[in-house]
Design a protein around this ligand. Structure first.
Ligand SMILES: [Zn+2]
Length: 176
């Protein structure tokens, strides 16, 4: 690695490189980070992120140290305890919330560790924004019902099947 013009801070398992060129605004204001953690049920995981202080560009992903088999699993969320199930979601993951919505991988997808609750809250926020922009009354009502359903699940008063699929295997459901 070319160390010139790079400030490299390195403790045992993490690294940070500052003043890199941002792919969006092309200023040298990008910070790249890599953190390595050993996660029970997953193994050695590399957390990679890029963030730009000038334009706010942000990208993150998670990658296993060893190549993993494609992952697909469906979980049923039935009570409040299920909301705490931890999920490693890579940028390549597709997440289907049965009869509500789905998250499809795109160029701007991020990878992160979250919980079922975290996923549902994010999806609820996404649907609320979608509802605001929707002009068709029937469509608005459909979205409203989906938001209500997520609300009930978050209160432990409704159930939901969530399917997570990742061809890279870098996603996983971490059982407690
Ligand atoms: Zn930028």
């Amino acid at each position: 690695m070319d160390a010139e013009n790079q400030e490299i801070k390195q403790d045992d398992l993490s690294m940070e490189i500052t003043d890199q060129e941002c792919p969006v605004c092309h200023e040298n204001s990008l910070t790249m980070k890599e953190e390595v953690r050993d996660i029970n049920g997953f193994g050695i995981a590399h957390f990679l992120s890029m963030s730009c202080t000038k334009c706010g560009y942000y990208k993150s992903d998670i990658e296993a140290d060893e190549e993993r088999k494609p992952f697909k699993e469906t979980i049923k969320i039935e009570n409040e305890n299920d909301l705490d199930i931890k999920i490693i979601k890579s940028a390549d993951a597709t997440i289907k919330f049965q009869r509500i919505s789905e998250i499809i991988p795109t160029d701007s997808s991020n990878g992160y560790i979250t919980t079922v609750k975290g996923l549902l809250n994010a999806e609820k926020k996404k649907l609320e924004e979608l509802k605001e922009g929707e002009e068709d009354d029937a469509e608005r009502k459909k979205i409203k019902n989906k938001i209500k359903k997520i609300g009930r699940i978050l209160w432990g008063r409704d159930s939901l099947q969530i399917t997570i699929e990742d061809p890279t295997g870098n996603s996983v459901i971490l059982r407690k």
